[in-house]
Design a protein around this ligand. Structure first.
Ligand code: 5GP
Ligand code: ZN
Length: 118
C-alpha cells in the first residue's frame, strides 16, 4: 500500500486540514512555503494521467474550499501536480500541492541549457 493510502487509513499520522468522504488535505511533511498542503483523493489513483473529468469536477471545489479557508483566494497561491519520472513525482498517488502564504518564486526548473524551448 502506498504512503498516502496509509495516511488515508490512519496507519501513518498526518496533520489533516480538511476532508470529506472522497478527498483529504494534509500538511506536507517537508513544507516549501508557509502554507504547503497536499490534496489527495482517498481512493488510490496513480497520477493526474489517471484522473477522470468526473474526479476533477469534484476535487476542484474541494481545493477551492481550502483556498478560501486559508484566505489564499485574495492573496494568490500556486497549485502543482507532478506527474511521473520527469515531472518529479515521488509519491505515486495523485496529489495536488497547494502552496502560498508568501510571495512565491518562479525559479529555473531545469539545468538543461538547451535553448530549443525558448
Ligand atoms: P511529489 O514529489 O510526489 O510531487 O510530492 C510528494 C510530497 O509528499 C513531498 O512534498 C513530500 O514532502 C511529501 N511527503 C512524503 N511523504 C510524506 C508523509 O509521510 N507525510 C506527509 N505529510 N508528506 C509526505
Ligand atoms: Zn495510494
Amino acid at each position: 500500500m502506498c504512503i498516502f493510502c496509509k495516511i488515508v487509513k490512519g496507519e501513518i499520522p498526518a496533520n489533516k486540514v480538511y476532508e470529506n468522504d472522497e478527498f483529504l488535505a494534509f500538511n506536507d511533511i517537508n513544507p516549501k512555503a508557509p502554507i504547503h498542503i497536499l490534496i489527495i483523493p482517498k481512493k488510490h489513483i496513480e497520477s493526474f494521467q489517471n484522473a477522470t473529468p468526473e474526479l476533477m469536477s469534484k476535487i476542484t471545489p474541494f481545493i477551492k474550499e481550502i483556498v478560501k479557508k486559508f484566505e489564499l483566494d485574495k492573496r494568490g497561491y500556486r497549485l502543482i501536480t507532478n506527474v511521473g519520472e520527469e515531472g518529479g513525482q515521488e509519491v505515486m498517488h495523485l496529489h495536488f500541492h497547494l502552496l502560498g502564504g508568501t510571495k512565491l518564486l518562479w525559479p529555473k526548473l531545469t539545468t538543461d541549457e538547451s535553448k530549443k524551448y525558448i
